[in-house]
Design a protein around this ligand. Structure first.
Ligand code: LRH
Length: 469
């Protein structure tokens, strides 16, 4: 039987991967062809991504993939949200890829708000104001590096930059553009009001580009057999395309990685004052719909704790930490992952213990297991609060929560979440962004009928259901 293979380039903020997905007998067989770690480093005082390194890895991964999978027909790139690349007249980057955790946007926040208050930003975009937003980053670029900004002809969002390198075609993919805070509610066009309020040249972007579309032939040597497609530029948009069980409009999901992205599938944005006050953000899916959600600081807190403990020669293995957390008695206290200190790198154990001590908890002697338990219980409680908030905003009661991404491997977190919500948690797939990209590519290229997607997900992805206790 003839088979067909799609290639997903999925770039996360600590590692990237090239995965081949072969569609055969109603399921997608995934092979990770290349995985590479990477990180943001200070370059000329700014936290930056090494775009050249990432691109070299992507090309090497794709070349290895077409060699191994001669039936590969398509490729699509997705990345984390909000980052961008400024291009000069020669089409080359004007700066290294600046990283969203860089502090320049904190320095320019006051000036930003003078031009565009949080209320006005929300009204113009339906996106929660945040220093990491592309709008804030572009404003900081103009403020702090005016000569480089003056040399910038256009900006591309990070996944669209790699799509451009693959195909020579520029575009501003809707799902990624939606998290920029430069776009009108509903995410169909850029907001001229935001551009003019912030003094961002409108020519820096073209029109919002629809996804689930073909870009064109790949122009990179050795990869000419591939058609470049926009399967979903934002990793979370890809992840929600791989939600698997009984998913309809108004389904609730949690994409659980460094960020906990907790949201609901809908066609209309949620724009009430309550939505604004709760910090909701109306991002777009790749299939034309929306995914109103909360961006909650996620497993990053645990990853930073592991880094702390590793440096001190203490337990850092996640399987062992979860085992100890299971055995640890509940403390009866929580941290609030939304507090800004938990988004910062470094000293995470001290930050967690300080937050507990401030509530009167005796923190001396709390070990790795006890701390891991508190953090996981705090996530579960935060998710329950988020689902209650979403329920109040949509008026639709949850019947289940689809939990995808790396966090779906953490059985204790899945169980605590089901307990806190009082509805089943459907956990998996782990690599949801990759599967979502592969499925969308097969659909775009005419190899998979969208009506069969659920069946394909069911036979492809391992899932586990956690009933509330
Ligand atoms: C997760 C994510 C999330 C946010 C963040 C910046 O990878 O895409 O949705 O946008 O990155």
């Amino acid at each position: 039987m003839s088979t067909v293979t799609a290639l997903a380039v999925d770039l996360g903020s600590s590692s990237g991967r090239v995965v081949a997905g072969t569609f055969r007998d109603g399921r997608v067989e995934e092979v990770e062809v290349r995985r590479f770690p990477h990180e943001a480093r200070l370059v000329a005082g700014y936290l930056s991504w090494d775009l050249e390194f990432i691109w070299a890895e992507v090309v090497a991964g794709l070349r290895a993939a077409v060699e191994r999978f001669p039936d590969a027909v398509s490729v699509s790139v997705d990345t984390w949200g909000v980052d961008y690349v400024p291009l000069g007249a020669d089409g080359q980057p004007v700066t290294p890829g600046r990283a969203y955790r860089d502090e320049r946007t904190t320095r320019t926040l006051g000036a930003f708000r003078e031009r565009l208050s949080d209320e006005a930003a929300w009204a113009a975009t339906g996106i929660a104001p945040a220093t990491i937003n592309t709008a804030n980053q572009l404003f900081a670029f103009l403020e702090e590096e005016p000569e480089l900004a003056a040399r910038t002809e256009q900006i591309l969002l990070l996944p669209d930059y790699f799509t451009y390198l693959l195909s020579g075609q520029r575009g501003w993919s809707r799902s990624h553009a939606s998290s920029s805070a430069l776009i009108s509610p509903g995410a169909h066009e850029f907001s001229d009001d935001v551009f003019s309020a912030l003094g961002i040249p409108r020519r820096w972007v073209g029109e919002v580009t629809a996804e689930h579309t073909v870009v064109g032939p790949c122009t990179v040597e050795g990869l000419e057999q591939l058609t470049v497609v926009r399967a979903g530029a934002h990793d979370t948009a890809c992840a929600v395309h791989a939600l698997q069980r009984d998913v309809t409009q108004e389904s609730y999901f949690l994409s659980c990685g460094s960020w906990s992205v907790l949201g609901v599938l809908r066609d209309e944005p949620l724009l009430s004052d309550d939505a604004r006050a709760l910090g909701l953000t109306n991002e777009a899916r790749a299939d034309g719909g929306l995914r109103p959600l909360f961006n909650i600081t996620g497993l990053w807190i645990l990853q930073e704790l592991q880094r702390d403990w590793e440096q001190q020669g203490r337990e850092r293995d996640i399987v062992e930490l979860i085992r100890r957390a299971e055995a640890a008695p509940p403390l009866g206290a929580m941290i609030n992952p939304d507090e800004p200190q938990f988004a910062l790198p470094g000293e995470m154990e001290r930050r967690v213990l300080d937050a507990l001590a401030a509530q009167g908890v005796a923190v001396e002697g709390l070990d790795e297991g006890a701390i891991t338990r508190v953090v996981l219980e705090s996530f579960a409680a935060r998710y329950a609060r988020g689902i209650a908030d979403l329920t109040a905003l949509t008026g639709v009661e949850p019947t289940q929560l689809n939990l995808v991404g790396g966090g779906s491997r953490n059985k204790l977190l899945c169980q605590l979440t089901a307990d806190a919500l009082g509805v089943p948690v459907v956990a998996g797939p782990v690599e949801a962004s990759v599967l979502g990209s592969l499925l969308a590519q097969l659909e775009i290229m005419g190899h998979l009928d969208p009506a069969d997607r659920n069946a394909v997900i069911a036979s492809t992805a391992r899932t586990e259901i956690f009933e509330p206790r």
